[in-house]
Design a protein around this ligand. Structure first.
Ligand SMILES: C[S@@+](CC[C@H](N)C(=O)[O-])C[C@H]1O[C@@H](n2cnc3c(N)ncnc32)[C@H](O)[C@@H]1O
Length: 375
């Protein structure tokens, strides 16, 4: 059965679905959802690309930051990195390869865990990281609370969580008429209105605003899994202050073959549906669950902080010819500069059980801090 039929059938039996339920089915329904169906979404040949598709330097700089975090924790063995939503495993591959090459003591202590819900992507991860699965260095894992030190990493993970949509008319539901999806509105729940009070704005007129409660619940679980360690969540997103200034009200977007669209009802399961991350809401969930947070950074500030000390040597390691250097310089520029991913992506860093001064010494925070002092 096609996903479209399945969703229509659910609407006929249960009545109109909250948009978050519709989005969840589109993305994650076993075998039929966008992420569950196959592993061909990513990269040039797919629908969208992420930082690790641009260049291995993204994973290499993060390996450098993880190694510093490990030392900040007192160089414990073992140290676990848990990556959330690793997709095809490119990032994990880059982190593991670079750690083995540049930070052997860290690599020896490291265990790399993966939390990926899509069976098709799990299969792909088994292939990409075959060597590390075979040696026991990498494995799949859940979010149970650890007593040992843990670093949790998530790139473009929270943007794949279902959102609800609210307008002045209430909360968005997806119904059916003559075999087509139709939108309708019904009163929102108290928790959703409270979310807007605290982390967003109340929409007026035809405005639409997203409510991301599932992402908040996931962040609570993430924070609860750590007794000592760090969280790093990187994503495109916004803050409440930006919404108050009238931006980022309707961020729901679809991706198919690298074109962005705005109709989530077209081809369910065959296109990505994603919403920008509300970092004010995500940060509040993290803090309520006991994480100590750093000020939100741009990806640009974060990567500059890690890479500037050695002038991004991690990017240029294999370059022999000037043409190769020029190509890598462009890829690096795309990751770091505002015109690329540098300003649209933000970095949320949290820690638990680590002294504040130690956390504040991390290189990822240094660039933003030096600017603050200079300014
Ligand atoms: C946009 S992709 C990003 C993949 C990868 N992090 C990257 O940067 O290329 C989102 C990933 O999160 C996974 N995912 C979404 N919700 C999840 C959940 N609740 N538990 C585990 N994985 C999830 C998806 O299957 C997909 O692999």
């Amino acid at each position: 059965m096609k996903l479209r039929e399945k969703i229509l059938e659910e609407i006929r039996t249960r009545g109109p679905l909250a948009f978050s339920r519709y989005m969840d089915l589109c993305l994650h329904e076993p075998e039929l959802g966008y992420y569950s169906r196959h592993a061909g979404q990513f990269g040039k040949a797919g629908d969208f690309y992420t930082a690790s598709d641009v260049h291995a330097v993204f994973g290499r700089l993060l390996a450098r930051q993880f190694e510093e975090m490990w030392r900040a924790l007192g160089s414990p063995a073992p140290i676990e990195i848990l990556e959330l939503g690793p997709g095809r495993g490119l990032f994990a591959q880059d982190v593991l390869a670079w750690s083995r090459k540049k930070f052997p003591a860290f690599f020896a202590a490291l265990h790399y865990s993966l939390l990926e819900q899509s069976p098709a992507l799990q299969e792909r991860l088994r292939q990409t990281l075959a060597e590390h699965f075979a040696s026991g260095k990498a494995s799949f894992s859940g979010l149970a609370r650890r007593s040992a030190p843990l670093i949790i990493f998530a790139n473009e993970f929270f943007d794949a969580f279902p959102v609800d949509v609210l307008s002045a008319e209430g909360k968005l539901y997806v119904g059916e008429q003559g075999g087509n999806f139709v939108e309708s509105w019904a009163p929102a729940a108290a928790a959703e209105l409270e979310y807007l009070d605290r982390y967003g704005i109340h929409p007026e007129g035809k405005q639409r605003v997203e409510v991301a409660l599932p992402a908040q619940r996931m962040m609570e679980e993430v924070a609860a899994a750590i007794s000592t360690g760090f969280v790093l969540a990187i994503d495109y997103g916004y803050t409440r202050a930006e919404q108050l200034a009238g931006r980022y009200l309707d961020t729901l977007v679809t991706y198919r073959r690298h074109s962005a669209g705005s109709n989530p009802y077209e081809a369910p399961g065959e296109q990505d549906i994603t919403a920008h991350v509300n970092f004010t809401a995500l940060a509040a969930a993290a803090e309520d669950a006991g994480l100590h947070l750093q000020k939100l950074l741009t990806q640009s500030q974060f990567l500059m902080g890690i890479g500037e000390a050695n002038q991004f040597a991690d990017a240029f390691e294999e370059c022999r010819l000037p043409q190769e250097q020029a190509k890598v310089a462009l890829q690096l520029k795309h990751l770091v500069t505002p015109s690329g991913m540098g300003e649209s992506f933000q970095v949320l860093m949290g820690s638990k059980g680590v002294p504040t001064e130690t956390v504040e010494g991390l290189s990822g925070l240094s660039f933003a801090k030096s600017r603050l002092q200079a300014g």
